[in-house]
Ligand binder design. Structure first.
Ligand code: GLN
Length: 537
């Protein structure tokens, strides 16, 4: 076995949304389970520096890493599958590439040369791919190229990959994900779109090594041979990727198809060890054999696009599975909830989660949902803006401070119970300027949060500008809302809880980003458990 890092590229053809991220994460899981240290990187062809400034309707959830990078939601899949933290280096956008090249140009780094897409942009891309495995930290780097091959904007990435394949020869392979549609009228699976997708890649100088074919029906041997023949690959390199019951089934389906076998063979890596998927299999077994069931209302303003709350959804799958409990999520539009209809909309739920968010749209409905949960003893979890709404609701309806609000929406509020963080007061740029990434938090004993984590100091990820206004801490405490988690360095309130309630927790941080298959997040596990207990009462 050679000592050099191996590179696997995952590209997509025919259509978008074929699930490159899940295929990449599944392959990484299989390779990791064979003992290869593996990481995954996503290259996004848009001009934004990061998705932090994108509306979730555009791009789904913005995922945040330990180091405070605002990234593509596929990084969430990578972490959930691999149980390894990612960082800024795992997500590169065209904006970031160009920014770096332009900065270098201004510094005079190109010594009078004309700065061009080839070689300067492509070199920057290649550097970003290779720097991920500095000092040979990883045996294998999987790089997923966003978008569809043939799009103008992804051309420099495909060119960079073409060059790397040439430079790295046998240490670099390409997996192309395509679609094999079924035509009902003809009663047939059609291979032509795949042939054309490969042709398009060939026009750019790239021969794929493996084809992953998304399909709703099984690919028989004849069909695989046909695809192989037209696309210059061996039939074993035509991998069937059927629609899966859950994303967590995909690694096993890929193992069944021997995707990992052919990858290792092509890279000249040993196939002696078999993947150890013991813990993965036991998770899947528990996921599919629940002994109880609960329904949680997820109250948010982007619920039409469920990808906006991807990590929360997955964290409930992990936390539910840890309790052998099937968690149904009812997606509830915050704009629809009024005080008058709250019972009608929320009355049948076993638990309520108020989601993170920004801006005024839907905030009144969120506050109404909190009130309903608090007054009706429904277990409640508020995340970030959800926690801030819980504070506003408590101030208004328990403490009688009708004018309490967050400074985000009402900068002139007489009682800004949620206020702008000091360090934010001089910030004017929108991109990458929030309080981002992982910070410590100290938990107070005898609290739901302490019970959940069972430890005094935790680290969680953040993405916000506003905070609990500590000037009012004593007033809240006297009225029955206590702060049970603080940042040890700044004193910032990270957790609030309502006493005399079955389970009411609001957290300023985002626990959902750190839940993985191997490590279901303790807060989600505890929330589900509290709901089950409350239901059984
Ligand atoms: N908008 C709020 C803030 O900036 C909450 C952010 C969030 O929910 N991620 O503090």
């Amino acid at each position: 076995m050679s000592n050099s890092t191996k590179y696997i590229f995952v590209t997509g053809g025919v259509a978008s949304s074929l699930g490159k991220g899940i295929i990449a994460a599944s392959l990484a899981k299989l390779l990791q389970a064979r003992g290869y240290s593996t990481t995954i990187q996503k290259l996004d062809p848009y001009i934004n520096i990061d998705p932090g400034t994108l509306n979730p309707y555009e791009h789904g959830e913005c995922y945040v890493t330990d180091d405070g990078a605002e990234t593509d939601l596929d990084l969430g899949h990578y972490e959930r599958f691999l149980n390894v933290s990612t960082s800024q280096a795992n997500n590169v956008t065209t904006g970031r590439i160009y920014q770096s090249v332009i900065n270098k140009e201004r510094q005079g780094a190109y010594l009078g040369k004309t700065v061009q897409v080839i070689p300067h942009i492509t070199n920057e891309i290649k550097d970003n791919i290779q720097s991920l495995s500095k000092d040979g930290e990883y045996d294998i780097v999987i790089t997923e190229i966003g978008g569809t091959v043939g799009d103008i904007e992804s051309l420099p990435y495909v060119e960079a990959l073409r060059q790397m394949r040439w430079e790295f020869a046998d240490d670099c392979i390409v997996i192309h994900l395509t679609l094999v549609p079924y035509l009902q009228a003809a009663g047939e699976l059609k291979t032509k779109p795949t042939q054309h997708a490969v042709k398009q890649l060939l026009e750019l100088g790239v021969q794929p090594d493996i084809l992953c074919c998304r399909t709703e029906h099984k690919l028989d041997l004849e069909l695989r041979k046909k695809i192989a023949q037209f696309c210059n690959v061996v039939p074993e390199a035509v991998i069937e990727a059927m629609d899966a019951p859950t994303i967590y089934d995909v690694p096993l389906m890929m193992q069944e198809e021997e995707l990992d076998e052919i990858v290792l063979k092509r890279l000249g890596l040993s196939r002696k060890s078999q993947p150890d998927l013991t813990s993965w299999n036991s998770f899947l077994h528990n996921l599919k054999n629940p002994t109880s069931e609960i329904t949680i209302g997820l109250v948010g303003k982007y619920v039409e696009l469920k990808d906006s709350y991807k990590s929360i959804n997955e964290a409930f799958i992990h936390g539910g599975t840890a309790n052998l409990c099937k968690v149904n999520i009812e997606w509830i539009h915050s704009e629809k909830i009024t005080k008058a209809n709250a019972k009608e909309i929320l009355g049948d739920l076993d638990g309520i989660l108020v989601a993170p968010g920004f801006g005024s749209r839907g905030i009144t409905g969120k506050i109404n949902a909190v009130q309903y949960a608090r007054e009706n003893n429904v277990p409640f979890l508020g995340i970030c803006l959800g926690m801030q709404c819980a504070v506003i609701e408590f101030a208004r309806n328990v403490m009688g401070w009708e004018d309490a609000h967050t400074a985000e929406i009402s900068p002139e509020a007489k009682r800004p119970v949620i206020s702008l963080m000091e360090e934010q007061k001089t910030v004017s740029d929108m991109g990458g300027t929030m309080r981002l990434g992982q910070y410590k938090c100290e938990l107070k004993p005898n609290s739901n949060i302490y019970e959940a984590y069972n430890t005094e100091v935790i680290k969680e990820r953040h993405r916000h500008r506003f905070e609990f206004n500590s000037a009012y801490l004593d007033d809240f405490k006297k009225s029955g809302m206590k702060a049970t988690g603080f940042n040890p360095d700044t004193g910032l309130v990270e957790v609030v809880e309502v006493e005399d309630h079955p389970w009411f927790v609001g957290v300023q941080f985002h626990p959902e980003y750190k839940s993985t298959v191997d490590n279901p997040h303790p807060l989600f596990t505890s929330f589900v458990k509290a709901i089950m207990n409350n239901k059984n009462k």
